[in-house]
Write a protein that binds this ligand. Structure first.
Ligand SMILES: Cc1cc2nc3c(=O)[nH]c(=O)nc-3n(C[C@H](O)[C@H](O)[C@H](O)COP(=O)(O)OP(=O)(O)OC[C@H]3O[C@@H](n4cnc5c(N)ncnc54)[C@H](O)[C@@H]3O)c2cc1C
Ligand code: FES
Length: 262
C-alpha cells in the first residue's frame, strides 16, 4: 500500500457538481483492482482532519496515475474542487477488497446509480483488457436523478458497450428507477453476474431481484470512514448473520449482496 504526496495532473468540472481529478502516482497504484479505493487528504490543510475515501475511477496509462470522479457534497469535496493542476494531494491506497472477476464469464450486468458509476468504468475497462472469454457481452445500466446527474455514458459507449439509461424525472432515457430495466432484462436472459454500485435503496432492491432470479450480485457499499485501514471500526455495517458486523474498509467495500443485512 502506498502512502504519500502525489501531484495533481488535472481537476476538471464534468457536470453541475461533479469533477474528475487526475493524480500522478507513478507505479504506486498500478496493481489496484476495480472496486478498490484510496483515502485522500489535502496537502498542508488541517481541516477536514480526516482523510476521505474515493473509488478509483480509471487508471491513467501514459501518465502513470489514477483518475477519481467525485461529487461535491461537503467540506472536503468542496475544497478538493478548488485545487489546481500541479498542486499536491496526500493519498493512501489502494485499499479494501474490489470486485472479484471469474476467469471465464459470458454475460455481465453492470448497474450504477448516480455517483456509484465511479468504480464501474475501471471495472469495465479491466474486464475488456483481460479479454475474458466471451466477456464482450457487458450490459451497462445507468440510473440518475436527472440528466445533469448522468455520468460516463460516452465512456461506456466508446468501449462498445450496451448502455441503458433511466432518470427519475424523465429528462433522459426511460422515466423509472434503474432496477426496472435490470429486472426486465433478467427476465429475458440471466447474466452470470451482476456488479453494482449506487445508493443503498438501489442496492437493496437489486439484492432482492438478484435473489429472486438466482444471479450472483456483487455490490460496492459506502459508509462513513475515519481511517480506511481497519483501525477505528467506524465503518461497520451489519452482516446477514444477526450481530455480525462487517467493516466496509477491510471486508469490502465490495460484498456479495447475500452477505449484507439491508
Ligand atoms: C469506499 C468508498 C468509496 C467512495 N467513492 C466515492 C467516489 O468515487 N466519488 C465520490 O464522489 N464519493 C465517493 N465516496 C463518498 C465520499 O467519500 C464522500 O462523499 C466524502 O467523504 C464527503 O466528504 P465531504 O467532507 O465533502 O462531505 P461531508 O461534510 O463529510 O459530508 C457531506 C454529506 O455527505 C454524507 N457522507 C459523507 N461521507 C459519506 C459516505 N461515505 N457515505 C454516505 N454519505 C456520506 C454526510 O453524512 C453528509 O450528509 C466513497 C465512499 C466510500 C466509503
Ligand atoms: S474506516 Fe476505520 S475501520 Fe473502517
Amino acid at each position: 500500500m502506498f502512502s504519500g504526496k502525489v501531484r495533481i495532473l488535472w481537476n476538471r468540472r464534468v457536470g453541475s457538481s461533479y469533477y474528475k481529478i487526475g493524480l500522478k502516482c507513478g507505479n504506486a497504484l498500478i496493481n489496484a483492482r476495480p472496486g478498490q479505493f484510496v483515502m485522500l487528504r489535502l496537502d498542508g490543510r488541517t481541516s477536514p482532519l480526516l482523510r476521505r475515501p474515493f473509488s478509483i475511477h480509471r487508471i491513467i496509462e501514459g501518465e502513470k496515475g489514477i483518475e477519481i470522479l467525485y461529487r461535491v457534497v461537503g467540506e472536503f469535496t468542496g475544497r478538493l474542487s478548488e485545487v489546481k493542476d500541479g498542486e499536491w494531494v496526500d493519498i493512501m491506497g489502494p485499499l479494501g477488497k474490489g470486485f472479484s472477476l471469474p476467469e471465464n464469464i459470458g454475460s455481465i450486468f453492470i448497474v450504477a446509480g448516480g455517483i456509484g458509476v465511479a468504480p464501474m468504468l475501471f471495472l469495465s475497462t479491466h474486464i475488456l483488457d483481460k479479454k475474458m472469454a466471451g466477456s464482450t457481452n457487458i450490459k451497462v445500466f445507468l440510473g440518475a436523478r436527472s440528466k445533469e446527474d448522468l455520468l460516463c455514458r460516452d465512456d461506456f459507449l466508446n468501449l462498445g458497450l450496451d448502455v441503458m439509461i433511466t432518470t427519475d424525472d424523465g429528462s433522459e432515457g426511460k422515466t423509472c428507477l434503474i432496477t426496472t430495466p435490470v429486472e426486465a432484462a433478467l427476465k429475458e436472459k440471466r447474466p452470470e453476474v451482476i456488479y453494482a454500485c449506487g445508493p443503498s435503496g438501489m442496492l437493496k432492491c437489486l439484492a432482492g431481484i438478484a435473489e429472486t432470479y438466482k444471479v450472483p450480485c456483487q455490490i460496492s457499499t459506502e459508509s462513513v470512514m475515519a481511517c480506511g485501514i481497519g483501525a477505528c471500526l467506524g465503518c461497520a455495517i451489519e452482516g446477514k448473520d444477526e450481530g455480525r458486523y462487517l467493516h466496509v474498509c477491510m471486508d469490502g467495500p465490495v460484498f456479495d449482496s447475500r452477505d449484507i443485512r439491508f
